[in-house]
Design a protein. Structure first.
Length: 468
């Protein structure tokens, strides 16, 4: 600020000897040193005097501070010992300050800023914000001080869009806004502060359902925005096993978390790794993201286990068809392949026209089989989620039939399976009035793994002759 005084000397300056500046009735030295009412040293700058035929001008300047508050006047001294003092100018500090230079808000949580104004009279105030945020006055208090008033206002800045349209992680970014806080707008005492507001903590979950395989590791990922990712605290939670409405922090063994930082649009990610998935891990998860005291919670992620099991496959004879029954979850796999493990041979299963696939059961009938087609089989199943699972192996037995036995005289042959094996047997049955010739040779077993009989000479039946 600059204050100047002019003192007239009449036609000449012969009687005007000096002009001095006084602050709070205490003389300011030629070096610009003065004292306020509390005798604190204050610093002024006195310019070189300017003379004219009729005036003497003396200028003083100073920087506003809380110490320079009081009455400033000048005193003209004349050669005859006379003096003249001006009415003076009262100097008061008018200031405007905020308690933060940068404001962080999240989608659902705002932040407060305290503005402190010191002025002679209570000023008017106004808050203007850029589109996307809003400023609302929370409190306003006024306090009288020695040289005026102190006005303290608390304003809350918040996001005006509570439902952001985020459909992919590419939509995430730290969004920048501005606000302007103005006092005495339109008056000569107008002052304003313009600061930035950053919207952080927006989150995105790529998949709300994640499929895994029991016994394998599984990763869950969430994305969020932050100016400084290292200041963000991410806490993963899962549904409690005790109460459906309760969430518990994932801090126990079997899990680990990773934080990945990216400078691109200030988007970072947090990963929860399930080291070895168990059935009990199939539940709902979420993440809490805390940034500068603001808390945002992500959408829920449901973990489910894919499953594929061969229910059964019955032994078949050479030249017959085998039917495999496969149970899958979820019930709409995109690819199913039958694998003959010994021969490393694969056959793609067409499930598009299989009505049973919608119920989770898939049936597959092979071509006519031969002994070389027997062995270990499994299915490889790929699901829409991209997860690939291979079933446990199941043994397919292709049996060989033995050459038909010759029917002995006076008898019939009856065929039946051998319990507890893949073999079958034929038994001799004698006609009426006949008996076995050899009780030891009335049954033969076919070993289907080789197609050979354990007995090829079955006993005939002999007529029984009754004695007279």
């Amino acid at each position: 600020a600059v204050v100047s005084t002019q003192s007239t000397g009449g036609l000449t300056f012969t009687s005007l000897t000096e002009i001095k500046w006084l602050f709070e009735d205490k003389e300011i030295s030629k070096d610009g040193v003065g004292l306020n009412k509390d005798n604190d040293i204050v610093k002024f700058e006195i310019k070189e005097r300017i003379r004219s035929p009729t005036y003497l001008t003396l200028e003083i300047s100073f920087n506003h501070s809380s110490f320079i508050t009081g009455m400033l006047r000048c005193k003209a001294l004349y050669s005859r010992g006379e003096s003249l003092e001006t009415a003076g100018t009262f100097l008061s500090l008018m200031s405007l300050m905020s308690d933060v230079d940068q404001v962080l808000i999240t989608t659902n949580s705002g932040a407060v800023v305290t503005f402190t104004t010191q002025a002679k009279e209570r000023p008017t105030t106004e808050v203007e914000t850029s589109e996307g945020i809003e400023g609302t006055q929370v409190t306003s208090t006024e306090e009288d001080i020695a040289d005026g008033k102190t006005l303290t206002e608390v304003v809350k800045f918040s996001n005006s869009n509570k439902t952001p349209d985020i459909t992919s992680k590419e939509d995430l970014s730290v969004k920048e806004f501005t606000y302007t806080y103005t006092i005495d707008k339109g008056h000569h005492t107008e002052m304003s502060l313009t600061r930035k507001v950053f919207l952080v903590g927006e989150t995105f979950v790529e998949r709300t359902t994640v499929w895994g395989v029991i016994g394998r590791h599984l990763m869950l990922t969430i994305f969020f925005t932050a100016l400084d990712p290292t200041s963000a605290l991410v806490t993963w939670q899962r549904k409690s096993t005790v109460s459906e409405d309760e969430w518990v922090d994932v801090t126990f063994s079997g899990y680990r978390t990773l934080l990945s930082n990216s400078e691109h649009r200030n988007v970072s990610s947090s990963l929860l790794v399930i080291n070895k998935m168990k059935g009990s891990d199939c539940t709902q998860y979420r993440a809490k993201v805390e940034i500068s005291g603001h808390m945002e919670v992500t959408k829920r992620v449901t973990v489910e286990a894919v499953n594929a099991t061969i229910l059964n496959v019955d032994p078949v004879f050479e030249g017959e068809f085998a039917k495999f029954i496969l149970e899958v979850h979820p019930s709409n796999p995109v690819e199913v392949v039958l694998v003959h493990d010994e021969l490393n041979k694969e056959v793609r299963v067409d499930t598009k026209n299989d009505n049973q696939s919608t119920s989770g059961l898939i049936t597959f009938q092979t071509k006519r089989l031969y002994s070389c087609d027997g062995g270990s089989y499994s299915f490889k199943v790929r699901f829409e989620s991209g997860v690939m699972v291979k079933t446990e192996k199941l043994q397919l037995v292709v049996k060989q039939k033995c050459r038909p036995q010759v029917v002995p005289p006076n008898s019939q042959l009856n065929q039946a399976p051998v319990p507890g094996s893949n073999n079958y047997k034929v038994s001799v049955t004698c006609d009426d009035n006949t008996v076995f010739q050899d009780e030891e040779r009335k049954e033969a077993v076919c070993e289907t793994s080789t197609g050979t009989w354990d007995l090829t000479d079955l006993t005939p039946c002999l007529r029984s002759i009754q004695p007279n």
